[in-house]
Design a protein around this ligand. Structure first.
Ligand code: SF4
Length: 477
């Protein structure tokens, strides 16, 4: 039996095939009398392990032989002819993540309170999820099967947590031996096969900073453009992660890191034409410095890791302010409160007034922008920094705020509505890290509550009211 993960301690033994979860009405799948619960075992003679396999093996094929095990236990062989790209109308079960075999010093699982929702304790390390969602893997226990699959199915790009190219340091951080820590051969094999890699460093003061970081960046830059970027994100300590080998990230440390890395970035920009190594937004915010300008980020290669989010949002905000300045000058008066109307005026025609709740790290930056917005458009928006009581420690980012934290801040909400950052909710389910559901929180607020991402917030400021689509997002969330 094929097993995707074969590291003994972490193997998930799974039944063969992939389960169909839904069949669209009127589709080829429905015509063939396929049903939810049926299991696709083989496709054109090849084993199917998950929906990625199914996608890969059906792509470009107009003649298919599908072996199905029905929920009744019967085995069917289906011969299908279809027009190229005609959809079979099948949905499949989610990929069950394969888990890591590391014991990282800074593992986020150790930073969770015991009551956190169970999925927060899943130590996923899965090249499929890396390709699909940008999840980072360490490659320390990637199997030959997985490696061949990445190459054959072109699961590119891959996101790899390198942390340090110094093997002693990497082994120490990951809690594995040096042999396992050494992934240079694995990376080379992927790169030689045309797989693009984005790398990550979780920066731990006194462990992989300073000269180790400099070496890591330059070693990876040797592989540019096949290794196309490096994200450097700071260690986050919660009140539960108290390993004494870890040193908190301070504003002074952030300033030193920015000073050191800016010199490297400048050098790499001159040599490669790319900044290549990007510091996380938190490092600039914690240092009390402005995030770099737009051109520093190129095409934002690490935006999925949150790098460049603040710049992207501030630029949108600045553009909005400039645009309205021009409109005012050219038109001589503000437009009315219809869709596309000037910011600051609600749909009802009265001044926009509400509260935007966010983490304490981003709140001062957002507050400064919102003050300008209020002044320009006579709005009454208010930014409310929310403390993270749930994780404690130095956790100050919006994405780790919980339902309970927002609830604590509720009494300070003013205006006609409140907005929380959408990033605090699970990406595929309206649930916070502490297990509270969005609807539960919403019921506790006396004003309508919305969960917005940066672009919805920018839309609110641009249009001056909560658009229908955003309302839906708020309700769906
Ligand atoms: S690889 Fe990730 S999940 Fe595994 S121990 Fe390290 S930080 Fe935790």
């Amino acid at each position: 039996m094929y097993e995707f993960a074969v590291t003994p301690a972490v193997t998930q033994i799974r039944r063969r095939g992939v389960v169909i979860t839904d069949v669209s009405a009127g589709s080829i799948g429905a015509e063939l009398e396929l049903e939810a619960g049926d299991r696709v075992m083989r496709l054109n003679g090849r084993v199917v392990r998950d929906y990625l396999d199914f996608r890969f093996q059906t792509s470009g094929e107009d003649e298919l032989v599908i072996d199905v095990r029905k929920t009744t236990g019967e085995d069917w062989e289906l011969n299908i002819e279809r027009d190229e790209a005609e959809d079979l109308g099948l949905s499949f079960e989610q990929i069950v993540p394969r888990q890591c075999a590391n014991e990282c010093l800074f593992c986020f699982c150790k930073g969770n309170p015991e009551t956190a929702r169970p999925s927060l304790f899943v130590r996923d390390e899965d090249v499929r999820l890396s390709f699909l969602y940008g999840n980072y893997t360490t490659l320390t226990s990637i199997t030959e099967d997985e490696m061949r699959r990445v190459i054959e199915q072109r699961l590119t790009p891959q996101y790899v947590s390198v942390h340090a190219t110094d093997l002693d340091v990497r082994a120490y951080l990951l809690g594995v031996d040096k042999e396992r820590a050494d992934i240079s051969g694995k990376m080379r094999r992927m790169l030689d096969a045309g797989i693009e890699i984005h790398a990550q460093v979780v920066l731990c003061p006194k462990i992989n900073d300073g000269e180790i970081l400099r070496r890591t960046i330059y070693d990876l830059a040797e592989l540019y453009p096949r290794v196309s970027s490096v994200a450097i994100v700071p260690l986050g300590l919660t009140r539960y992660l108290t390993d004494e080998r870890l040193t908190p990230v301070t504003p002074e440390f952030c300033r030193r890191t920015i000073d050191g890395v800016s010199i490297i970035q400048e050098d790499l920009r001159a040599r490669l034409g790319s900044t290549f190594a990007f510091l996380g937004d938190e490092i600039y915010l914690k240092a009390g410095q402005d995030v770099p300008l737009r051109k520093h980020y190129g095409d934002y290669p690490q935006i999925e890791d949150g790098i460049g989010m603040v710049r992207s949002f501030t630029n949108e905000f600045d553009a909005l302010m400039r645009r309205h300045k021009r409109l005012k000058v050219s038109e001589g008066r503000p437009r009315g409160p219809q869709p596309g109307s000037p910011a600051g005026v609600g749909r009802s025609g009265r001044a926009l007034q509400g509260t935007i709740l966010t983490g304490t790290l981003f709140a001062p930056v957002l507050s400064e922008m919102i003050d300008k917005f209020n002044e320009r458009f006579d709005a009454r928006l208010h930014v409310l920094p929310v403390d993270n009581e749930y994780f404690g420690g130095d956790v100050s980012v919006a994405g780790l705020l919980t339902g309970g934290d927002f609830l604590e801040a509720r009494s300070q909400v003013t205006g006609d509505f409140a907005i929380i950052p959408r990033v605090a909710l699970k990406s595929d389910e309206p649930i916070f890290l502490d297990g509270m559901r969005f609807d539960e929180l919403r019921r506790e607020f006396e004003v309508p509550l919305y969960a917005f991402d940066f672009s919805s917030l920018a839309d609110l400021l641009r249009h001056g009211f909560v658009a229908e689509s955003d309302l839906k997002l708020g309700h769906a969330a």
